[in-house]
Design a protein around this ligand. Structure first.
Ligand SMILES: NC(=O)c1ccc[n+]([C@@H]2O[C@H](COP(=O)([O-])OP(=O)(O)OC[C@H]3O[C@@H](n4cnc5c(N)ncnc54)[C@H](OP(=O)(O)O)[C@@H]3O)[C@@H](O)[C@H]2O)c1
Length: 213
């Protein structure tokens, strides 16, 4: 599958890009600056010949499946001008609205209850899902880290949820767990604050692994 990552030069985008490329996807790592994207993509590739190249966010938005990996407060402004390119597509939101206070991360409440909801409102003809929120970027980028994680997937369009689950399951170490509608996104995103605070307190990069399923 062609996978475009908008805001792909940050830790979250880089980790996802390399793992998706390893899984055999054709990855377009996007940025506001195509040259920066090209140099990040080259650094991720090293001597390997996976299909991964850097490009402008506008080109990443042309892929079959698109992931939005900008900071939460840049999501709407970044994606709104790309609405036509994203029409009808599955667009995965991985953004978490968080604020740091001392050694804790606190969940913020975005206007529509979640960043995924805000994204869906900004690009109403796309099929937005929420996923990948709890993955530790450093472990994603280190492909030898032995990462194992469950990934909670939500969205209003059942087919979009299925496509998202298939994409997640294609990546080594990840298992998709379908949750339900986009109304679940607020709780999923807010839980990242708990997760990140645990990681700071215990100096770890823990992952979500659900028992009994
Ligand atoms: N870091 C993690 O462990 C992790 C895990 C799961 C989910 N997430 C979520 O994934 C998203 C990305 O996380 P990150 O840590 O990779 O973030 P980041 O490094 O702060 O930002 C990612 C990229 O977004 C672009 N960007 C920055 N400011 C922007 C702006 N004002 N407008 C448009 N683009 C902008 C930058 O790329 P260019 O300058 O190249 O355009 C940057 O490299 C966040 O929403 C976060 O909540 C993060």
């Amino acid at each position: 599958m062609q996978v475009g990552i908008i805001g792909g030069t940050g830790p979250a985008g880089r980790g996802l890009a390399i793992r998706a490329a390893l899984a055999g996807h054709d990855v377009r790592l996007g940025s506001r600056d195509a040259e920066r994207a090209a140099s990040v993509a080259a650094s991720l590739l090293g001597d390997h010949d996976y299909v991964l190249h850097g490009c402008a966010n506008e080109e990443a938005a042309l892929a079959e499946l698109v992931v939005v990996a900008t900071p939460w407060d840049a999501v709407v402004a970044t994606v709104r001008p790309l609405a036509a390119a994203l029409d009808g597509k599955v667009v995965i939101s991985m953004a978490n609205a968080l604020a740091k206070q001392g050694r804790e991360l606190l969940a913020l409440l975005p206007p529509r209850g979640s960043m995924a909801g805000q994204l869906q409102a900004a690009i109403p003809t796309a099929r937005v899902t929420g996923a990948l929120h709890h993955l530790p970027a450093s472990k994603m980028e280190d492909v030898g880290s032995g990462l194992r994680a469950d990934v909670l997937v939500c969205g209003d369009d059942p087919d979009a949820r299925e496509v998202t689950c298939r994409f997640v399951d294609s990546i080594d170490g990840l298992r998709a767990v379908e949750v339900g509608s986009l109304a679940q996104a607020g709780a999923i995103e807010a839980f990242t604050a708990v997760f990140a605070t645990i990681n700071v307190r215990h100096k770890v990069h823990s992952t979500l692994l659900l028992g009994g399923i």
